[in-house]
Design a protein around this ligand. Structure first.
Ligand code: MN
Length: 211
């Protein structure tokens, strides 16, 4: 078993009332677990993949099967998502990261509006993203299903994922039903900007290594 599911760093009810405990439990213990199990199963036919990290699999996902694409994406995307959330995290970005947001989008409010548009504009299941691109600028994008900005696919805008917002109905339907916009608004209340900033720095470091 190559990949395993980590426990959440907080209890299921920690993000109430924004993200309800039942949704968190089902989302982590059933949906994310299924991506991990199905990824391990899908990788059985690719002996070479044993050497690869999850990021490396995404970066060359076009060589693999659709099952690897869906489940490697599902595993990476959810790991990132859980890591971004906290009941008591930093509520605003600051410093160099805030400046980068202002340079790329004009203002924090404009960035939030653009991410919301991506989240609402994604037809059906998928993700809305903040990515850092090869030129160091930030951009918003969206992907279908469990696709991810690291994937070498023509339908994906490439970049390093800094923030990912799950817009599958399984992420919000129990609490918000069809009101995806209300779920997006709630996301900002449980987003830990310290974690977003850490992923931004990780992306910048990776880009520098690649140059
Ligand atoms: Mn999900």
């Amino acid at each position: 078993m190559k990949f395993t599911l980590k426990s959440l760093a907080y209890p299921f009810e920690a993000l109430e009332p924004y993200f309800d405990a039942k949704t968190m439990e089902i989302h982590h213990d059933r949906h994310h677990q299924a991506y991990v199990d199905n990824l391990n199963k899908a990788l059985e036919q690719f002996a070479d993949a044993q050497e690869l990290s999850l990021e490396e699999i995404l970066q060359q996902v076009s060589k693999f099967s659709p099952a690897v694409r869906n489940n490697a994406g599902g595993h990476y995307n959810h790991q990132l998502f859980w890591d971004l959330l906290s009941a008591s995290g930093k509520k605003e970005p600051e410093g160099d990261f805030l400046e980068a947001i202002q340079q790329s989008f004009g203002s924090l409010a404009e960035f939030k509006g653009q991410l919301k548009n991506k989240a609402l504009g994604q037809f059906g299941s998928g993700w809305a993203w903040l990515i850092v691109k090869a030129d160091g600028t930030l951009a918003v994008s969206s992907t279908a299903n469990q696709d991810n900005p690291l994937m070498d696919l023509p339908t994906v805008e490439q970049g390093f994922p800094v923030l990912g917002l799950d817009v599958w109905e399984h992420a919000y339907y129990l609490n918000y039903q069809n009101k995806r916009a209300d779920y997006v608004d709630a996301f900002w209340e449980v987003l830990n900007w310290e974690s977003v900033e850490a992923h931004y720095k990780k992306g910048l470091a990776q880009l520098q290594k690649a140059l």
